[in-house]
Design a protein around this ligand. Structure first.
Ligand SMILES: NC(=O)C1=CN([C@@H]2O[C@H](COP(=O)(O)OP(=O)(O)OC[C@H]3O[C@@H](n4cnc5c(N)ncnc54)[C@H](O)[C@@H]3O)[C@@H](O)[C@H]2O)C=CC1
Ligand SMILES: O=C(O)/C=C/C=C(/O)C(=O)O
Length: 520
């Protein structure tokens, strides 16, 4: 008699998504295979129920979306082994072929952009219109940009006492990429594309709150013709599968976007094998409003900081206004906030959608409550929107502006990562004080300046500690620019050739003019 078929590992299907089984789900009408993607095949976790999967929920209504493979050290080892085995072949693939494959991935992203946008919105709650019109085109562009840049990568040879220096970017080896939930596919693609273009192979570990589009990207890379093992995805929790990935001796690069405490843990793990790390971490960026600024523009810039429910590392969450224009600025700001539409991120009219997770709302609210207890005043917001949350099942927090905050208070010093801004002033004409406040945190990711006088703006911008300074604008991003943060906001820069510098081993070949058999 044949033995009974083995029960597949995993939790029972989530009640709210009747189409979900362990490892497959239909999200926003899109089928998603939620197993790991290792060596060109779908793989379940080696563990058994109930630890073989975890449940992914939508921030829009709290509904379970899918059961996701829950990785362990076994899958981390398997994925790195696959990336390591695929590395020599991928590294030896001519750059033009690698570039063509990356363009094929971009074509796949373009072809499935509507599906990817819908799934991403269901999974992380950011606006569908932003995903459709801004984010997904950027994802495809990231692949195309680094494909094209690879083919242009060169530096003129130079001479040293008659010897020729020739610099090349050699593929480094398997790269582990660990990404957050606030812009899942966009942030992943801007690491995956240069790593693959460089000739490195990749293991991606997406955030456990937003695992779905990484899984769809695995299908796209397969359809584009990427050889098995060149791109791998392992799903799961940071401490269960992220930690063993970052501690693996065969990993040659680690690129991480997320929080400072996690960066500490990754740096500690990487130290064992001196694995080079690139870190894009949090921010607590200032928005300086100078007295001669266009105050309508300044108010527009300030309100923009609520985008994605404030879950943007670049957000200028500390508004610093020159004293004499405080009230005029504030009036304009409050008018605009009153007009914001909050609600379902799939509605075209919505400006601010839900926060990622109930635990994250609690964390955001904890910051606000402690600030209020310390004497801050909430000019708008200051609490979770329980009415909207209860009605929808989602996680909503009121856009919030806190005044009467001290420079050294927690709310001014720590990244909240929610729709929470603070407002401080500096005396008219006191640029030193403006710069002191702007630079007065342990972060240094970005800064935004609203100003009327070009010279004054340039003078202040030059003194700001930040990886990016925007003057009379915000979030204007070009992939060829260096991107990263100073101080606790990160280590290193990515974007443009800086990405190639990170994902490659740079080599200088010095050739003498003598010793040649052809005497040439
Ligand atoms: N872009 C940014 O700058 C982001 C900043 N954050 C900040 O971090 C705070 C907490 O968000 P989290 O999602 O908890 O960020 P996190 O830093 O814990 O998670 C980011 C990624 O790291 C992974 N991870 C966690 N522990 C790990 C470990 N020991 N080894 C390897 N990988 C590990 C996670 O699974 C996830 O994929 C936010 O409130 C915000 O302040 C979060 C997301 C993005
Ligand atoms: O969209 C961008 O160009 C940059 C986003 C960067 C982040 O790391 C973030 O928002 O988390």
């Amino acid at each position: 008699m044949a033995p009974p078929a083995a029960k597949p590992p995993g939790n029972p299907p989530p009640a709210g998504n009747p189409t979900a089984t362990p490892h497959t789900a239909t999200v926003a009408n899109v089928p998603v295979d939620t197993r790991h993607w290792i060596a060109g095949a779908r793989v379940t976790s080696a563990t058994h129920a109930p630890t073989a999967t975890f449940t992914d929920h939508s921030p829009i209504d709290g509904a379970p979306l899918a059961e996701i493979a829950r990785g362990t050290a076994a899958e981390a080892r398997a994925a790195v082994a696959a990336a390591d085995a695929a590395f020599p072949g991928w590294a030896a693939t001519p750059p033009a072929e690698r570039a063509a494959l990356l363009h094929a991935v971009a074509d796949g992203v373009d072809a499935r952009a509507e599906e990817l946008a819908a799934v991403e919105t269901a999974d992380n709650g950011a606006l569908l219109r932003s995903h459709r019109h801004g984010v997904l085109p950027r994802v495809a562009h990231n692949f195309r940009y680094f494909a094209d840049r690879l083919l242009a990568l060169s530096r003129p040879d130079f001479e040293t006492r008659g010897h020729t220096n020739h610099v090349t970017w050699d593929p480094a080896g398997p790269a582990v990429l660990i990404t957050p939930w606030n812009a899942p596919l966009m942030l992943a693609s801007w690491k995956i594309a240069p790593a693959l273009a460089s000739g490195s192979t990749v293991v991606l570990k997406p955030a456990e709150w937003t695992p779905l589009t990484a899984s769809l990207l695995a299908d796209i890379t397969h359809e584009a013709g990427l050889p098995p093992g060149v791109f791998n995805v392992v799903q799961g929790y940071g401490d269960e599968v992220g930690a063993p990935l970052t501690a693996h001796p065969a990993v040659r690069r680690i690129s991480f976007t997320g929080s400072v405490p996690t960066a500490h843990r990754i740096a500690t793990a990487a130290a064992a094998h001196l694995t080079p790390c690139s870190f894009e971490l949090g921010g607590k960026s200032p928005l300086l409003v100078l007295a001669d600024a266009d105050l309508d523009l300044a108010a527009d810039l300030a309100v923009e900081q609520y985008d994605n429910a404030g879950q943007v590392c670049l957000a200028a969450t500390r508004i610093l206004v020159e004293e004499s224009v405080r009230d005029a600025f504030l009036g304009r700001f409050l008018d605009r906030v009153a007009k914001l539409t909050r609600g379902d991120p799939r509605d075209e009219a919505t400006d601010i959608g839900p926060s990622i997770h109930p635990r994250h709302v609690e964390r955001v609210d904890g910051f606000v409550r402690r600030a209020l207890a310390a004497g801050a005043e909430a000019l708008v917001g200051g609490a979770p929107d329980t009415r909207l949350s209860d009605a929808s099942g989602g996680n909503y927090y009121f856009p919030t502006l806190l005044t009467d905050v001290d420079q050294d208070s927690e709310i001014v010093q720590e990244e909240v990562f929610g729709p929470v801004l603070t407002l401080q002033t500096f005396p008219d004409g006191d640029e030193d004080e403006a710069v002191r406040l702007a630079n007065g945190t342990r972060f240094g990711l970005a800064a935004t300046l609203a100003a009327g006088d070009r010279e004054r703006a340039a003078r202040i911008a030059a003194r700001l500690v930040a990886g990016t300074v925007w003057v009379n604008c915000f979030y204007v991003r070009d992939l060829s620019a260096p991107f990263g943060g100073s101080r606790r906001s990160g280590i290193g820069r990515e974007g443009g050739d800086w990405s190639f510098d990170f994902y490659c081993d740079l080599k200088n070949t010095v050739t003498a003019p003598k010793g040649w058999s052809d005497h040439g």
